[in-house]
Write a protein that binds this ligand. Structure first.
Ligand code: 5GP
Ligand code: MN
Length: 338
């Protein structure tokens, strides 16, 4: 399906008012929530009845976004989430490429026969999951792609929606550090500015509102916990549940931490492991240039993502995850052209 056919398909789906449910991925980040609330604001203004159902809670740094308090956190309020899913006449799946990324929502979503639309920028989208799959791995973020779709159709964003999309572009690019070497992203940012976004407010809320305990956790991680593997090319930070508790961990507190070791000269791969609860480890991976890290994450940690930024999980103890990384990463890198 060409882009213009996808747009026509979208226009047809949105042609009369509908009950629409927007779903971001599990452990939603700035891009997933920014896109969800950007679309929420646009579609609500257009007269649709829209609900965002998130598989779990949203990071505290994003709650300033317009109507974020209306997001249903399925992990806290599964009954209401379920009702909305069952009533939905259309689903918008944002910032994920496969239903498995919605965690506990997956089974319920698949039961519904309502049409689905995916808007996403991850590689290997599951084309069978939705009637319309708008997927572009070259864009920085689902927010950037969403803006392109909205503008191409001729829909006008208000300031609130524009600030949500701007947030996703900034968080997924690390404030225009990565995935931002295409001119179009700067045109998009300029257009969002022209709509009237308060860029300084967004940066203050998202990047400069850290709690003291979060800064201390980052310091602890970099100072006491970073170890180097594979002749110093791989950095690992593994944080236990007890350490997270010690630093009063809140969702979003380790956001961006995995990028710091990668900024050290000579480090090719950075890995962050967080023991979110007993026998459950969440992993984040970052790599430089040609080092393909999503494949590694998929092979060993049931994960995936982008070539240079991936994630995964392991239902086991933290020390088991650490041992698995130790025993596999160097061979993986060697077998993959390093
Ligand atoms: P982050 O490290 O920022 O949490 O995630 C980096 C990238 O990996 C994101 O694009 C995210 O969607 C993807 N990702 C994170 N966790 C998982 C996971 O458990 N499974 C898969 N397939 N992708 C993940
Ligand atoms: Mn994204």
């Amino acid at each position: 399906m060409s882009f213009s056919e996808q747009l026509s398909g979208l226009k047809a789906l949105f042609s009369h008012s509908k009950k629409i449910v927007i779903v971001p991925h599990k452990d939603p980040d700035g891009d997933a929530i920014g896109a969800s609330l950007g679309w929420y604001n646009l579609l609500t203004n257009a007269g649709h009845t829209v609900t965002v159902v998130s598989p779990n809670d949203i990071p505290s740094g994003l709650v300033w976004m317009k109507d974020s308090h209306l997001i249903i956190d399925y992990s806290q309020n599964s009954q209401l989430g379920l009702e909305k899913i069952q009533e939905a006449e259309l689903f918008l799946f944002l910032d994920f490429n496969d239903i498995s990324r919605t965690g506990p929502l997956a089974g319920e979503l698949l039961k519904s026969t309502a049409p689905r639309v995916i808007i996403d920028h991850h590689p290997f989208p599951n084309m069978d999951l939705a009637q319309i799959v708008i997927s572009d791995t070259k864009v920085s973020s689902t927010c950037e792609l969403s803006f392109k779709v909205m503008r191409s159709i001729g829909w006008k964003l208000d300031v609130d929606a524009a600030e949500c999309l701007y947030t996703g572009i900034m968080t997924d690019t690390g404030m225009l550090n990565h995935n931002s070497s295409h001119a179009e992203i700067y045109h998009t940012v300029a257009e969002l500015m022209e709509i009237g976004i308060n860029k300084d407010k967004v940066h203050q809320e998202v990047f400069h509102s850290n709690s003291l305990s979060r800064m201390r956790l980052l310091g602890h991680a970099l100072c006491n916990k970073m170890e180097l593997l594979a002749s110093g090319k791989v950095a690992l930070i593994a944080l236990s549940e007890a350490e997270l508790k010690q630093f009063d961990y809140q969702p979003g507190d380790t956001e961006g931490l995995v990028n710091y070791p990668l900024s050290i000269d000579g480090i090719e791969v950075s890995v962050l492991m967080t023991e979110k609860k007993k026998d459950f480890v969440k992993l984040s991976f970052r790599s430089r240039g040609n080092v393909v890290i999503n494949k590694y994450s998929e092979t060993y940690f049931s994960g995936g993502g982008h070539r240079n930024a991936a994630g995964g999980e392991m239902k086991d103890r933290l020390d088991v995850a650490v041992a698995l990384l130790h025993s596999t990463i160097e061979d993986y890198l060697r077998n993959n052209g390093w």
